[in-house]
Design a protein around this ligand. Structure first.
Ligand SMILES: [Fe+2]
Length: 307
């Protein structure tokens, strides 16, 4: 069981000097979560056994961008699944873990309670802790996420590249396509962008946080990796996402060029209201899965094409 009286951040792991730029700049912190028994082999196997199987995202990938494939789980136990991740090239995302597991829900609340004591006027909502369990040498290609994201690393080693939220790293159309869910999160990449990235070699106990929508990519080291990907919105982050969504619709219909919405603009107010109305209408239409499952991961760790 976790030490519920302990501090989430390590001593000095979130200095006062970091408060002002929290969410505005790429920042690294130190935490204590990697000492929790939840993240040992036994703890993870038990979690995978009790976790709703249909809430585990399962992916595999090659070496090149665009090779990310979604799969689904076959008949597999928690220990078998953990072994499959250790020996394969698999990326598990226990989506919504803060809602689907009581122990992780408690962890999520403790994290945000402690953040609120450190960051003044911090009003997060839609907080969602996803647990990532991934294979040695697995990778996540260049992409961006709609909400704000913190990556709390607890096992193994990985390298993460975080890029500025401006051109040429991301253009308005790519941003709008992701935020409006016209595409998955992957966006165009070329290796010459790397010179502008902040690069971190993450070890257990590291946490990185970056500005909303900043592109990033990840290469695992030669070890089983476990991280918490914590997404959240703030009032400003939600307003910004809705402004970008409005820009996507307006571009599609009228060729409007809304830009990257890098700073607050009064237009966010009407764009926010516009997108809320748009989403209310869209809710009446059936959604579609952009990337359907194409393989099954079974108890032997074999990857078979989905029927
Ligand atoms: Fe991401």
């Amino acid at each position: 069981m976790p030490d519920i009286n302990g501090s989430i951040f390590a001593p000095g792991g979130f200095p006062d000097s970091a408060v002002r730029d929290f969410g505005r700049e790429v920042q690294a912190f130190r935490h204590t979560l990697h000492t929790d028994a939840l993240f040992t082999d036994d703890g993870l196997a038990a979690l995978l056994d009790r976790y709703p199987k249909d809430r585990i995202g399962v992916f595999t990938m090659g070496d090149a961008p665009g090779s990310w494939r979604r799969g689904r789980l076959g008949d597999v136990t928690g220990p078998g699944l953990l072994d499959a991740v250790k020996s394969g090239r698999v990326w598990l995302n226990l989506r919504g873990a803060s809602d689907n597991d009581a122990e992780i829900g408690t962890l999520n609340r403790r994290i945000f309670a402690e953040l609120k004591t450190k960051v003044r006027n911090f009003h997060p909502f839609r907080t969602d802790l996803g647990l990532l369990i991934s294979s040695p040498n697995a990778r996540v290609f260049y992409h961006l996420d709609t909400p704000r994201v913190m990556l709390w690393h607890v096992r193994g080693e990985k390298r993460v590249w975080i890029y500025p939220r401006r051109e040429p790293y991301v253009g308005p159309t790519a941003l709008e396509n992701v935020v409006s869910r016209k595409t998955e999160e992957e966006i165009p990449y070329s290796a010459n962008l790397d010179s502008g990235a902040c690069v971190f070699d993450l070890k257990p106990g590291d946490m990185v946080h970056w500005p909303q929508n900043a592109p990033h990519r990840i290469d695992n080291g030669n070890s089983l990796n476990v991280s918490l990907s914590i997404e959240f919105m703030t009032p400003l982050a939600l307003m910004r996402a809705n402004a970008v969504h409005a820009n996507a619709w307006l571009r599609n219909r009228f060729g409007y060029q809304g830009g990257l919405e890098d700073r607050f603009s009064p237009s966010w107010v009407w764009k926010f209201a516009f997108t809320r109305a748009l989403k209310a209408l869209e809710r009446r239409k059936p959604g579609k899965a952009v990337l359907p499952p194409s393989f099954v991961l079974d108890g032997s760790g074999e990857i078979a094409d989905a029927a």
